[in-house]
Design a protein around this ligand. Structure first.
Ligand SMILES: Cc1cc2nc3c(=O)[nH]c(=O)nc-3n(C[C@H](O)[C@H](O)[C@H](O)COP(=O)(O)OP(=O)(O)OC[C@H]3O[C@@H](n4cnc5c(N)ncnc54)[C@H](O)[C@@H]3O)c2cc1C
Length: 96
């Protein structure tokens, strides 16, 4: 939570996983950024595209196994990019 402006900004702390029990988080539910980053909607759309492509790839396998594999790959692919965007958002946030 950042309180350096008039209004509090709540961001998601880094989560250890975005999947549990067959439920997969995308967008702000997984990683809410500072609004000032201007990247939240783009990141949510990228998540959806990545997860859809991975589900298409892995779901010929039995659903529970395919979903778990797709979700793990999705997290492993997306987390580094989100970390980079988050770092840049924090820099821009301070500049603004
Ligand atoms: C002030 C502000 C400015 C921003 N400016 C930008 C910007 O310039 N550029 C940018 O890219 N991003 C910006 N963002 C961030 C962007 O809005 C979000 O990152 C993006 O909307 C995330 O999309 P989402 O689908 O993950 O979540 P959301 O858009 O929050 O969608 C979640 C939806 O789920 C619904 N919901 C919640 N709980 C339930 C429930 N129990 N049952 C049913 N429905 C439920 C909610 O009503 C909502 O419609 C800004 C955010 C804020 C707050």
């Amino acid at each position: 939570m950042e309180a350096d402006s008039l209004y509090l900004t709540v961001v998601t702390p880094p989560l250890p996983t975005w999947e549990r029990g067959g439920c997969v988080l995308v967008g702000d539910a997984a990683h809410a950024l500072q609004p000032s980053s201007g990247q939240g909607a783009s990141m949510a759309l990228e998540d959806c595209e990545a997860l859809a492509l991975l589900l298409r790839h892995y779901l010929p396998e039995p659903p529970k196994i395919g979903l778990a594999k797709a979700a793990k790959k999705y997290f492993d692919m997306r987390r580094p990019r989100l970390d980079m965007v988050l770092r840049r958002a924090q820099q821009f946030s301070r500049m603004k």
